[in-house]
Design a protein around this ligand. Sequence first.
Ligand code: DUC
Ligand code: ZN
Ligand code: ZN
Ligand code: ZN
Length: 465
Amino acid sequence: AKFDLIIRGGRVATAADTFECDVAICDGRIAALGDDLGTADEIVDARGRLVLPAGIDSHVHLAQPGPPGEVMADDFESGTRSAAFGGNGTVLPFCLQRRGQGLRAALVDYHAKAAGQCYVDTAFHLIVTDPTEAVLGQELPALVADGYTSFKVFMTYEGLALSDRQMLEVMQVGRETGALVMVHAENDDAIRFLTDRLERLGRTAPRFHAASRPIPVEREATHRAISLSEIVDVRIMIVHVSNRGAMEEIRRARNRGLPVHAETCPQYLVLTEADLDGIGMVGAKAVCSPPPRDFASQEACWEGLRTGVFDVFSSDHCPFRYDDPAGKLAPRGRSSFRWVPNGIPGIATRLPILFSEGVAKGRIDLNRFVSLTSTNHAKIYGLYPRKGTIAVGCDADIAIWDPDRPTRITHDLLHDACDYTPYEGIEVSAWPASTLVRGRFVVRDNRLVGSKGHGTHVARSVAEG
Ligand code: DUC
Ligand code: ZN
Ligand code: ZN
Ligand code: ZN
């Protein structure tokens, strides 16, 4: 046969266009688009379905080491499996440098954990926590040249946070290499001050997590991160933006022509701080940072998705089991929210939530959905045009959606290794039924058919402006 596979009769959408056509695949790549393409070893009937670029989730944490006793729920196997069930073809997990550790050494650990385990493709970002002279002068520039073209810095968390001076030093490497610097923007001193004060008042339940990191904490740090980036003249990405105040800082910076990108996440669209309430420790299921805010903040995030303040929509999948002393019920977490592991799962629910709340409800159109969930991730993080669109020559990373498949989110649909989803019970109107990675079905009609080890690590270029 002329092709390996033809996906026939579906409605194809890219970031730019929506059209009906067949998609022919050969040797893992898209070989032709059109009608009457000829013969193939296999024909898949996609009539009545949407054929979209597979999701790229550029913000996930898998098998990330934490403080002693804390274990992340998902490793590379379960995390990439869940990603495939949620319509994703590529995920970008973080490789965390531990203090005292070199970046190369950290990468060796992560590659060992990921090797042969992945169902979808991966590409690591680095997290710089210890910017020594060797890291700044040698390791980072060499790693950017090797295709690790983005790194994250933290402005908060003991053991992770960098000083402003250190941020500037790391940003300078971004400037010199063309790499993108991702920033977790929250004011560490303010969080500590507020946390200490809450604890003195006995306000230690999970719901006080939100009060310990109010909007000004995030807005101030966002402003400062932008200012530091302006001093160095480097492109940055403000990750997991939760509210209008931080968003306005970004909008102003962009209106001044600064190269500031921004990301928001599902938790800021469909959760609020009320999800941190509940009997006992149940609110710990929604403990993430920045915390979910209020309905006005949700509306602000939708506005940012619509108007282009946000370039990307990612999950920030950072899973800890709930009913587990190595997870959300860590013993010391019962004494204070301060010790509850920060982060929530969401790698499989990101796309159905945005499709359903966004496209189906008329807040964004289908092409914007594709840019926010795939194309822009590929462009900003240096995977384009290999990934992120449907065009001849691209990797055949495709999600086939049932555009009209009302589904109630339950944890058992997600196939991760966590034991809950913060989105339990939410009704979505559509679901990605099948996911192909480089021309092979990983999930087919909601069943796992791929093999772990099909997913490969992808080197990235420095991104387009
Ligand atoms: N930041 C993240 O990006 N993920 C989880 C926790 C955090 O603070
Ligand atoms: Zn072939
Ligand atoms: Zn973060
Ligand atoms: Zn994260």
